[in-house]
Design a protein around this ligand. Sequence first.
Ligand code: HEC
Ligand code: HEC
Length: 522
Amino acid sequence: MAVCVKGNGSMALFLRGRDIVFAAAVVSILAAMAMPAQAGNPPIRDDLSEEDAARVAVVTAPASDFSAAETFERMAGGAGTSLAAADRDAFSRPSANLSRERRAEFALGNALFKKLWVSAPSSTQASDGLGPLYNARSCLRCHVNDGRGRPPEGPDDRSVSMLLRLSVPPRTVEERVLLDSKALLRLPEPTYGGQLQELGLPGLPAEGRMSISYETVTVEMNDGDIVELRRPIYSVAGLSHGPMHDDVMLSARVAPPMIGLGLLEAIHPADIFAKADPDDRDGDGISGRVSVVRDKTSGALLPGRFGWKASIAGIAQQTAEAFAFDIGISTPMFPDPFGDCTLAQTECRSHQTGVQKRLGDTEAPDPILDLVALYARNLAVPARRGFSDPGVLRGKALFYQAGCPACHTPKFVTGRNAHQPEHRFQLIWPYTDMLLHDMGEGLSDHRPVGDATGSEWRTAPLWGIGLTQTVNGHAYFLHDGRARSLIEAILWHGGEARQARDNVAAMSRAERRDLIRFLESL
Ligand code: HEC
Ligand code: HEC
């Protein structure tokens, strides 16, 4: 990306109110020490005795015998795996190993996750503060049944389980420093902020509407089968404050499924760094980079784990950002009650807020954020189905042969020092390495975020993916839901994953069916 050092665009115009004080402070501190992205020695697994480390190496070794299922393979989420029916509620169950007290907190978090926030002032009071601009009134509206969102089916489909992120390239030295120091991972669009809010409180027009058109791309498999892919083209219509910045970059994202997130948070950082191979030293064509981000609470540089570009390190921050920017609710971590409204949006910033001093300084005071984050950490991964069927096992062998595990790492043993006892030392099967990979031009959104370039995405976890149709009634995959089936999702793989994709295109029809059977059993 070009570094723009001309001009003296005022940062105050460029940033949202909540960022300005923070940004001004870090510019001065960090200007001198522009920190390299992946500095220092990679962490080591300091939580294990030698004996433990040896056990971990054995149980996480890649599968080599495909004649039968591996021990514990069924228990994709370790001891917390849900053995309940694989039905519509398959993603909504608490981890099986939660204590009674934590189960009670989970229920409270669940109620808040579903809660429909209303505008201030309201008679209910405890749930006001929505907006002023927002994408949805509840978490569940996007994370439907705790599963994944989808793109609208047509111009009249008002489902909102997808959003459009906005940013602009840096224009000044100060802005460049903000990005290099990771005080910010991207610069919000000057007028509309970090994402397009498609809804506003009464009297406040929505920012605009995302519009999507699709182009058909035809792909032929080696055996002559034809698959049609649809390539999305995004634009914005009905803008409330005039055109966006000329250089605006758009990135459409569907809401990812909510299962197993606490376990992903419990993967030891050393295991993430160990898989990274940024310069492809082993020459397998697959590099993989850690997305290093600055944690909001501690200020530390940590591996990013959440979001389609691994741009957030922890679940609490992800939850607070969702409250602030998706729903417009302030929390102690993001105390600005105006959410994503920029300084240019004066009518938004003069709206009444939902802060009630007797309850606290924010619209959702403690312990609301903690309860919702606890909920998000403890949704169970469903048990595998059909994991020892011969077709599934053949498909598993093909998954290995095609090179999918190079990124979709089948297993980890979580850290002994994880935040929550239930997440400690669990053998889990998430099928992700938590790293960024260059997926090629076809999947690029041309919008960098922190370390991630436009074409880099975090390897998507595959656990639970076979239940998408059951839980969500659709089978749209990838970061923007462009794929309408698992095979389409695979055929979009390019860049570092090009060889794996070609291996699938070269399979016979029967082999492809087995590969899909395996994915459906996850
Ligand atoms: C407008 C739709 C929308 C709403 C409302 C919403 N989310 Fe999300 N959520 C998303 C999208 C889109 C992503 C992926 C973001 C990205 O890639 O940066 C996401 C990501 C997440 C993740 C990370 C998951 C992962 O696998 O990386 C968590 C956790 C999460 N949301 C929790 C919440 C909570 C809690 C709420 C309510 C406070 C909420 N979300 C409200 C759309 C939404
Ligand atoms: C170079 C790393 C890499 C390899 C190799 C790879 N993938 Fe992926 N995979 C990814 C990334 C990154 C994503 C997310 C891409 C996106 O959303 O744009 C992904 C997404 C997916 C998805 C969609 C997940 C979702 O939640 O929407 C499926 C299914 C999938 N991969 C299957 C496979 C299979 C099967 C193979 C082997 C043939 C494979 N992948 C090989 C990196 C890889």
